[in-house]
Design a protein around this ligand. Structure first.
Ligand code: DGY
Length: 323
């Protein structure tokens, strides 16, 4: 007799505990070798399924695959808080539910934002390479030197959950906090940060600018020449949100000219095929999209995605429904 369990395609390997839970409650097809699936692979795998569990690397969900999914697909759960890789309007048209995994990665991602602030300012990247490459000849009072973090001014672009968690941590470094958001947040969530109604108004206060907004049509390319020009000379930009919020040409030119002292980047346009010019810059601290990459956080993200699927197939509204 055919199993009554919902049929699910999982496009990447997930933490063991998550796959074990899925294996009990679903007829799940896992991606055993963890190779990113092409659009054709996903369509082939989706052919006999009710649900898809995808990741932010499955970009085809923003570029037309949804219209071609078989009618059996009822829900797409993304293993991420960001959902710019899913065309929500197209999913609505097809009556396909879409869910994400907010909250559970807030702290881990904010921790990485602070790592980028410290790493970019204090030269973690060049310092580490100096030691590894055996180029460290002597402690010196004058070189190489980084920049202070404690007591400096931090502007947060996007005061959602992660921006708020960055503010909370930055307070521990006695930073003077500012934020730009479409709307002010409740005082207890701002951690003392001063609200700016316009991004341009906040820029002169940003010794550090932390990018924490979602990637949307309004924010893509937002951090461009004009925004960088509005920052104080020697400012530092860090990005844990999405690479496409930054105009790479503008950022690289400002890092080369010294307009910006440094940058810390965890996310990139077209990652993992990043703009190769970043690799040649000594004043950037680069990480491979590690925002949510802790064992516990990745398990929590997976469990949250499964909670959403379970709710949906039990006839309840998933907690993180986006459609
Ligand atoms: C997300 O969930 O959107 C993150 O970028 C993954 O780390």
């Amino acid at each position: 007799m055919a199993s009554a369990l919902p049929r699910l395609l999982v496009t990447r390997r997930l933490p063991k505990a998550v796959e074990a839970r899925l294996a009990k409650a679903y007829q799940a097809q896992f991606n055993a070798d963890d190779q990113p699936m092409s659009e054709a692979d996903i369509l082939a795998g989706a052919a006999d399924k009710d649900a898809l569990l995808i990741t932010p690397m499955d970009k085809s969900f923003a570029t037309g695959i949804i219209a071609r999914l078989p009618p059996s697909i009822k829900i797409v759960a993304t293993f991420s808080v960001g959902h710019e890789h899913v065309d929500i309007a197209a999913a609505r048209l097809r009556n396909i539910a879409v869910t994400n995994t907010p909250d559970v990665l807030t702290d881990a991602t904010a921790d990485i934002a602070l790592l980028l602030i410290l790493g970019a300012a204090r030269g973690a990247s060049w310092g580490e390479r100096m030691v590894r490459d055996d180029r460290w000849t002597s402690w010196s009072p004058t070189a190489p030197l980084g920049f202070d973090v404690t007591g400096r001014r931090l502007g947060i672009l996007g005061m959602g959950r992660i921006g708020q968690a960055v503010a909370k941590r930055a307070k521990g470094f006695d930073m003077e906090l500012h934020y730009y958001n479409r709307r002010p947040v409740a005082a207890e969530l701002a951690h003392g940060a001063r609200y700016h109604k316009k991004l341009d108004d906040m820029l002169p206060f940003c010794d550090f600018l932390s990018i924490n907004c979602a990637s949307t049509p309004e924010t893509r390319g937002l951090v461009n020449d004009g925004v960088i020009a509005g920052l104080p000379d020697g400012a530092i930009i860090v990005n844990t949100a999405r690479g496409d919020i930054v105009d790479d040409d503008a950022l690289i030119a400002a890092l080369n000219s010294g307009k910006l002292a440094a940058a810390g980047l965890d996310v990139f346009r077209n990652e993992p095929r990043i703009d190769p010019r970043y690799r040649g810059l000594d004043n950037v601290f680069l990480l491979p999209h590690l925002g949510s990459a802790t064992r516990d956080t990745r398990i929590a993200m997976g469990m949250r995605a499964v909670d959403n699927l379970d709710a949906f197939f039990a006839g309840r509204k998933p907690g993180d429904l986006l459609t």
